[in-house]
Design a protein around this ligand. Sequence first.
Ligand code: NAD
Length: 523
Amino acid sequence: MLSSSQDSQNGTRSTADEIIVHSPIDGREVGRVPAMSRDQVQRIAQELRAAQPDWEALGTRGRAVHLNRWRDWLLDNDRRLTEIVQRETGKVLGDAAGVEVPTAVATLNYYVDRAQEFLADARPRPHTPMFATKKLRLRYRPYQLVGGITPWNVPLAMPAFDLIPALVAGCAVLSKPSEFTPLSWTAAVRGWEEVGNQPVLACAIGRGDVGAAVVDLVDMINFTGSTRTGRVIAQRAGERLIPCSLELGGKDPMIVLADADLERASSAAVYGAMWNGGQACVSVERVYVEESLYDAFVESVTRKVRALRQGPEQKPYSSDVGAMANEAQLQIVERHVDDAVAHGARALTGGQRRPGVGLYFEPTVLVDVDHSMECLRQETFGPTLPIIRVRDAEEAIRLSNDTPYGLSASVFSRDHERAERVAERLEAGAVNVNNVIVNGFQFPVPMGGWKESGIGARAGGAYGIRKFCRSQTIVSDRIEPAADVNWYPYTPLKGRIQERALRWFGARDLRRRLGLRPRRRAR
Ligand code: NAD
């Protein structure tokens, strides 16, 4: 029996003890999971801690056996998992199948294949001959328990992307999926158990209070979600003095210079804005087009957006743009579009909630917009594309940087060098040249936001796994006399030797090395 019934924001009916997920496609129930109490989360955290030392002791090779088994399970179950993702998010197949399980698999392979290299002890040389007899060793020891809190927009790939490196590093992982989409990731975690892997991966299910409990229990927190929640988590992490990595919201600009390839730029803008129903942190949220190309660009984009197919898929790949994952998000999109139109903008296509069943918002192109409007100041996270005419690249750069966010951006031009020069002036963690979104899938380089878009990053080669480790330094001696020269007792002779040696190695010119007084400057 459910104790109390209340409407949650995605149109699902949930209670304090249970989360019931209804599909944004047709409102039907997809599944239900019990919402955990703080005590339950605490018990799970204790079990994970108890299991972690054996997991760490397995070493990279031993852990790889478990991780590879799980990869095979993910691949063997990809259809079922993709279907759960689609039903709980309302994504079309094209958005789900190309990203969710494949990103989990690619992340796993990338880190498992390189774990030995990335986690190998480093043995740097001493920085000065004064310490020539020291042996330096740098080790990477995993945090015992890592917490991962994730949003609803990419419900399987995101926790996988964020947290697989922690497992590879040897951490135990307490993962808290979004209350709007808990089903796909819990199914994946059940797969971890099903293949008989060590009990170092578990889910904490619930709403924000369960997320807060996770932050209170772990040694390091990795959060992906809104800037608002990120701030709360950073404050708590600060109080607890645990490290946090925050991947937050964005308002990604796209700049189209006058010499851009019109066909490619307009197709990229449409894909970048509409992929995943616009519910991607790295989606194109606004476009600045140089004057001479503006009319042709707007015409091309509008034509391509009008041609997009939206709605439930009768056959695989028969629709391009899916539903909004929850009612609250749909209302934000509605508010931004209404605000823009009320202040003089025009919707050249779309502009409203799609009539009928399901949480669909029509793919929308907005023109005559400016930076006083919500659609250019706040993250929309929906299928909208505001396009702004600019005089030149300078104005485009200035407006692109006129935001508290700094996640990613893109620049389009046939002149790659010029595009890269423009890219270098954008205040964003990543910039795509003549492309969109792809920066989010380049494992060797970091994906992290500047300004209010985050702290730290995911991926980034070795960084992506070492961020889940504490570095431990071990310093030992090659020569061990009865006492080092700087130890007690201090004597004039030892003092002189030390002073001279420090001066010799510190100075960069012979006069100072020899301790000679500087020459007086002639007046
Ligand atoms: P959200 O911040 O509302 O929720 C994210 C998660 O935080 C959920 O699991 C939620 O239950 C949990 N949470 C809520 N309050 C909490 C608290 N006080 N303590 C701990 N956990 C708490 O975000 P959302 O609406 O689910 O996701 C959309 C946002 O995520 C957008 O802003 C988007 O840009 C961002 N996002 C960023 C990236 C990135 O890589 N930068 C990727 C995907 C999504």
